[in-house]
Write a protein that binds this ligand. Structure first.
Ligand code: NZQ
Ligand code: ZN
Length: 388
């Protein structure tokens, strides 16, 4: 049964090899000063920077640049962007990069005219955004987070060992050219793929009803597994890159959450690991998933049923002659074999964590109450210990 929900996603998407052609037209709707934001320089090597600049010129825009946005962007870097956006009174923020750059731009857009300390107000206290917002657009260069079509922004503060999220506002538009993702290194390509899988599972692994969202989720997961294997063999497989990019967007643009309680504990655990290690997001998720999912299967009959369904619908486990729990565990083992095939981190030691950090990570890990099992602090520590 689907419960009550509102579905509204205001981001306009342009998808495909020629999608950048739409940038100048979109920019025409905004004021003349554009802040162009990017990361560590990959866009200068693969030609995306030049192509974007040509569109900015075509639109007759004045451009202010901000570069060096790091993976897992920090609040200190956000404040640098805030200072520049305010000084230059920019009319629009254009993110060119992966989830980190997109998230960063949302944080700058909502913090430039915020009178409070943005870290305290938004990320620590979930204060409502009431100040002026600077509109944001994205040219996405890697697939995974779904940031191109959601309002979420994830920001780190290393001095406090915290990585936190806030829901600002969606980008007005996003431009998705799958060919832009050809140059993403393998470490980040597979991290993005597992991030997508995890987003789907965080929503799928909750609730006990017969729910349309779950059938959509199963289709997306099957497509992702097929395309992930193709991309491993050929990073320039357009078909596979395009399917992965589109799956990433649908995994986290609100559709799959319709009518679902959702869980999100793997993300809370992964964020706690990243707060201490600054490791790549998707690898922190793969590192904690196995231990967390085994806890769910061990403790909850509802979880066993859902993992059983996952095993048959996505991992093609043949159920005959097996108990539900055996089927559930066999499906999980198949998923882990796929994760190894991709070369994902299978433990938090591989992410740079050690046993001395477990208590601190538990402090950095919020506990959600909507999944099959509500963890205690001791459970969090035990899952992390088993993930070492
Ligand atoms: O910095 P540059 O030079 O751009 O290099 C990046 C970076 O080193 C590189 N890269 C991106 N596109 C490339 C490329 N290299 C070559 N060619 C290209 N076309 O890849 C590296 C990783 O980029 P990053 O943006 O950090 O990756 P991702 O898209 O996975 O974003 C991760 C961030 O998003 C947050 C994560 O926590 C993390 O901070 N998330 C955001 C979410 C959201 N907004 O809804 C949800 C997610 O669960 C996640 O938490
Ligand atoms: Zn994620």
């Amino acid at each position: 049964m689907l419960g009550n929900f509102t579905f509204h996603n205001p981001t306009k998407l342009y998808f495909g090899e020629n999608s950048l052609e739409n940038l100048s037209k979109e920019l025409g709707k905004y004021g003349e000063k554009v802040m162009l934001v990017y990361g560590g320089g990959s866009i200068r090597k693969n030609g995306i920077y030049d192509a974007v600049l040509a569109e900015l010129r075509k639109a007759g825009k004045q451009t202010v640049e901000l570069s060096g946005v790091m993976p897992n962007p920090t609040i200190e870097k956000v404040m640098e962007g805030v200072a520049l956006a305010r000084k230059e009174a920019v009319d629009f923020i254009l993110a060119v990069g992966g989830g980190s750059v997109c998230d960063y731009c949302k944080a700058v857009a909502g913090s430039t005219y915020c009178e409070q300390d943005p870290w305290e107000y938004y990320f620590n206290n979930f204060g409502e955004m009431t100040c002026r917002w600077i509109p944001v657009g994205c040219v996405l260069t890697m697939a995974g987070t779904g940031s191109e079509m959601d309002s979420c922004s994830v920001i780190s503060k290393h001095s406090e060992n915290r990585k936190k999220f806030y829901y600002f506002r969606n980008p007005d538009f996003s431009i998705l050219n799958p060919a832009y993702t050809y140059t993403v290194p393998k470490h980040h390509t597979v991290a993005g793929i597992y991030d997508i899988m995890s987003h789907i599972l965080e929503q799928y692994l909750s609730g006990t009803d017969d729910n349309t969202s779950d059938y959509i989720a199963e289709g997306l997961m099957r497509s992702l597994v097929v395309s992930s294997r193709k991309v491993l063999g050929n990073p320039e497989d357009y078909e596979a890159r395009s399917n992965i990019m589109w799956t990433a967007t649908w995994a986290l643009n609100g559709l799959l959450a319709c009518g679902k309680p959702t869980d999100w504990m793997v993300h809370m655990l992964g964020q706690a690991v990243a707060a201490y290690t600054d490791a790549t997001h998707g690898h922190t998720l793969s590192a904690v998933s196995g231990a967390y999912y085994r806890l769910l299967i061990g403790r909850s009959e509802e979880a066993v049923k859902k993992f059983r369904r996952l095993a048959t619908a996505v991992w093609d486990i043949v159920p005959a002659g097996k108990t539900d729990k055996e089927i559930a565990l066999e499906g999980l083992a198949s998923m882990e074999a796929w994760m190894r095939e991709l070369g994902l981190a299978m433990d938090i030691t591989a992410c740079g964590a050690d046993a001395s950090q477990l208590e601190g990570m538990a402090d950095a890990c919020p506990i959600n109450e909507s999944g099959y099992v509500i963890l205690t602090r001791e459970d969090v520590i035990e899952v992390l210990r088993q993930s070492l």
